[in-house]
Design a protein around this ligand. Sequence first.
Ligand code: HPA
Length: 278
Amino acid sequence: MEEILIRIEKATAFLLEKSEGRKPRVGIVLGSGFSDWTNKLKTILDIPYKEIPGFPTTSVIGHRGHLILADVEGFPVLIMQGRFHYYEGHSMPELAIPIRVFKKLGVETLLLTNASGSINRNYQPGDIMILSDHINLVQDNPLIGPNVEAFGTRFPDAANIYTSELQQIGLLVAAKYGIRAHNGVYVFTSGPAFETPAEIRMMRTLGADAVGMSTVPEAMAACHANMKVLGISLIANLGSGMADHPLTHEDVMHTMNRVAPNLHQILDELVLKLSAMS
Ligand code: HPA
């Protein structure tokens, strides 16, 4: 744990110096296929993760690994372009490092994006799900180990991880840009294999609406640190066993690319709204 805290301190010190006094209040984690959103932003800093002391490094196709500080209409916004995953071998406390660094840099509102597979039979690829809650099937947690009081309490309440006011804003903005948006429960699995059809049936019985391999570790760290969280999932494919063809990462990327222009509009508006509120 001490090693993790030292890594958080190192990364924070490095980024504080680079950001020259700018205080981002909003942070975003861009998951699979969301990364291109940064292309048209006014970039202040763009640093590969591997150059940030203490940061983990990433390796997945379709995920870039850069930390970006951008100016969005006068608001400094901190962006993770590409994230770290449990299935890459990172421990849960390692997955919390960037979120804790964000918090130390001043971020109070966190927008978490991801791609997921549907479980709910009403969901279609290309729809969006605003996370109302999650189920952590991995049963590992970034908060295990000595508690860091500076971040939050030993036993954080997890009843409102996803801020209800932000959920409403997410649903309204998605509807405005013509994307079908749902409010549902995200279930976190370790991956990297997609689920079996039996697992999808089990998850449906448990009350989940979509399944993915990310977001929950970050949301737990943010909840501990008392940050506001908005979770947005793009339904990239039907869950295992629900379609008549095998599931591939290329399918996931295909849907992401198809809806990217709408997703970008949604992110533009949300980031501005969240910044104005923070
Ligand atoms: N399962 C798990 N993670 C995913 C999926 C899926 O079907 N699609 C995109 N990420």
